[in-house]
Structure formats: structure tokens, C-alpha cells
Design a protein around this ligand. Structure first.
Ligand SMILES: NC(=O)c1ccc[n+]([C@@H]2O[C@H](COP(=O)([O-])OP(=O)(O)OC[C@H]3O[C@@H](n4cnc5c(N)ncnc54)[C@H](OP(=O)(O)O)[C@@H]3O)[C@@H](O)[C@H]2O)c1
Length: 238
């Protein structure tokens, strides 16, 4: 697998991956490192130091404060997210809706990412190309929802997409060359998808998905900021 060159980014900056302990987060961190394009590649996770927890704004602030000290921030990727956890699984029916599960999924997939943008977008390099990339999911598309189910996950990713779009509009005024986008990685073989990967569905290794996602990031143009794209670079309906 050849590492994407990420040559659209000026050399020597910082890249950061939030949720670097996950299947996709680890593969993305590795591929960003392998590009050799950045002077510093930093991975953040709950188990790291400083700890990065999307449900704790102070930890988000502490993690991002570190980035302010390094070379200019060129690429920030949010690779954290939740679909199932202790005591909850994606809902098959409205009968399964549960306030505490809804709260947890929204907190990690939508509220935390909004707070991350609050702290990280002001740190993007003042000049030249930079990008904030949030891993979303096609099932967060309202226009594309034909199957139903998965209420909390779908709605939290739809909320994430709206946050990204809204922040992109504000970012454009300050950093005209910056990107702020939501990306769908495809169905990828990780702990998140494992219980739900149906046979026959194409499930890809995280390394392949990471390489594809970074190729898309490398190709996206500033006028596509605020958009929602799949791992092939195709726009996904809202
Ligand atoms: N895999 C797929 O098929 C697929 C499809 C569409 C979209 N996505 C999206 O891709 C992203 C990455 O998923 P993945 O497949 O790599 O899943 P994964 O292997 O389960 O990784 C999830 C990551 O999220 C982190 N995380 C969970 N709760 C957190 C919190 N409160 N604060 C900070 N980090 C937290 C985990 O950190 P810990 O190690 O600390 O638990 C882990 O790094 C998610 O946003 C997911 O929705 C995945």
C-alpha cells in the first residue's frame, strides 16, 4: 500500500489525530507519519498523555493547547466516535430508544466534536493550506436514509455534519485556503463495525480506508470546504 504524499500541504507543519487509538485513528496516524510531509505528527486518545476525552472540554483544551506550541497546524483529523458501548447497541426500533444511550452517543459524536472545533480551528495555520477533517458516516445522511434504525448514531452524525458545515462557513472568513469537512470512511474492519459487518457487505481494512481518505483530503479544494464526502471523494447528500 503506497502512502499518500499529502503534497498539497506545505512541508514542515504539525498534523494531529484525535482518537488515535481506534482502528481508523491508528491507521490514519501511521499513514500521515509515512507521508513524511509533517515535522510533527501527534496522536491523542483517552489513554494517552495528556488524555483526550470528547466528553470533557478541559481535556480537549489541554490536548489542543499542546498544538499551539509546535510548528503551524496543517492537518487535524477527528477519528473518534461511538456506535455501541457497555449497555447499549444501535436501536432497531423506536421501542429501543433510551435517554442515557442517546446522551452518550450525542456527547461523543456531536457535542465533543463541536467543542474540539472550538479549540482546534483557531490553531490552524494562519496562511496557506490547512484542514480539519471529521470522520462522519453515510448513515448520518438524512437524504440517503432508506433503511431506518440506528436512531442515535444517525442523528448524532447528522448533527456532527451540521456543526462541521457551520464551522466551515466561519472558518472561510478567517482562513480562505482551509478545509473543514466530514468524510465517510466506508465500512471498515474495526471494533466499531465488528458486531454489524454483514457477510457480503464490502468491509475494508483500516489501512486501505486511511489511504483512500487521505487521498481525498489531498485532492479537496477550498471551495469544497463545508462538504460531506465519501472515501472516493464523491459528495454525499445531506
Ligand atoms: N468502522 C466503520 O465501518 C465506520 C463506518 C463509518 C464511520 N465510521 C466512523 O469512523 C470513526 C472511527 O471509527 P473506528 O471504526 O476506527 O472505531 P473504533 O476502532 O471503535 O475507534 C473509536 C475511537 O473513538 C475513541 N473514542 C470513543 N469514545 C471517546 C471519547 N469519549 N473521547 C475520546 N475518544 C473516544 C476511541 O478511543 P478509546 O480507545 O479511548 O476507546 C477510539 O479511538 C468513528 O467516528 C466512526 O463513527 C466508522
Amino acid at each position: 500500500l503506497s502512502a499518500p504524499g499529502l503534497t498539497s500541504f506545505p512541508e514542515g507543519g504539525t498534523a494531529a489525530v484525535f482518537g488515535a487509538s481506534g482502528g481508523l485513528g491508528a491507521a490514519l496516524t501511521e499513514a500521515v507519519r509515512a507521508s513524511g510531509r509533517f515535522a510533527s505528527v501527534v496522536g491523542f486518545s483517552r489513554g494517552g498523555a495528556p488524555g483526550f476525552d470528547l466528553t470533557d472540554e478541559a481535556s480537549i483544551q489541554a490536548a489542543t493547547a499542546r498544538l499551539a506550541e509546535g510548528p503551524p497546524l496543517r492537518l487535524a483529523i477527528l477519528a473518534a466516535g461511538v456506535l455501541h458501548g457497555p449497555g447499549f447497541r444501535p436501536e432497531k426500533s423506536w421501542r429501543d430508544l433510551d435517554a442515557s444511550a442517546l446522551r452518550t452517543v450525542f456527547e461523543v459524536n456531536a457535542l465533543g466534536p463541536a467543542l474540539l472545533m472550538k479549540h482546534v480551528l483557531p490553531l490552524l495555520a494562519a496562511d496557506g493550506r490547512s484542514a480539519f477533517v471529521a470522520l462522519s458516516a453515510r448513515v448520518g445522511s438524512i437524504g440517503d436514509n432508506e433503511a431506518g434504525g440506528w436512531y442515535a448514531y444517525r442523528a448524532s452524525k447528522a448533527a456532527l455534519n451540521q456543526m462541521v458545515r457551520t464551522a466551515a462557513i466561519e472558518l472561510r472568513r478567517r482562513r480562505p485556503q482551509a478545509l473543514c469537512v466530514s468524510l465517510h470512511p466506508g465500512t471498515v474492519d474495526t471494533a466499531l463495525s465488528k458486531p454489524f459487518a454483514k457477510t457480503g457487505l464490502s468491509v475494508r481494512p483500516p489501512e486501505t480506508a486511511a489511504a483512500d481518505l487521505l487521498e481525498v483530503v489531498d485532492r479537496l479544494q477550498p471551495d469544497q470546504s463545508g462538504g460531506f464526502f465519501d472515501y472516493a471523494g464523491q459528495a454525499i447528500p445531506w
